[in-house]
Design a protein around this ligand. Sequence first.
Ligand SMILES: [Zn+2]
Length: 181
Amino acid sequence: MRRQAELLAALVNLAVPGLRQGAPYEAPTAAEVLSGFATHFTEPRRTALTDTEGAGEGLVELAADLHGALTAPGIAATATRLNTLIDRCHAHPYLTNDTGQPFHLHFHGTGGPVQAVGGELATALALVIDTLGEDRFGTCEAHACDRVYVDLTRNGARRYCGTACAARAKTAAYRARRGTR
Ligand SMILES: [Zn+2]
C-alpha cells in the first residue's frame, strides 16, 4: 500500500497543473507524463505502459480523476469518485508472487496498462481510508503549494507535500512569530 500511495501522489503531482513549493506549476505534456511516470515501474510493466497507444493521455486523465477524488468536498464525495474509478478500471483483487516476492495482493484494473494502474491506485487510496481513516490525504498547506500527499505516518499528522514545504512552512511560522515577515 505504501508504494501505491507514493505512486498516486507522484502521478497526480506530475500531471496536474497548479502550484508547487511556492511557484506556479505547469504540467508537462502527456508524452512527458508517460515517460516520467513509467520510470517508477520495472519491466515488463514499464514497456507495457510506454508501448501503449494513448497511454500518456490516459495517465493525464487518470491523474485528473484521482486529483478529483483527493480534493472532493468531503469524504462521501471522495468515496463516490473512488468507487466510480475502481469500477471503471475493473479492478479486482488477486494474489500473486511476481517479482520473486512472497504472495501478496494486487488490485490491478483490467483492460490495459493504464486501467491496471488506475485500478491499483484508486484501490490503494480506498484501502488507506478503510484501514487508516478518512483524513489520511490532502493538499499541501504550505504557502503557494497545492501538491497532494497520502499520509501513512504513524500519528497521521502530515500536512505538507514533502520536506521542502515542511521546511518552508516552519521558516514562515518562525518569521511570523518574530514579526519580521
Ligand atoms: Zn508543498
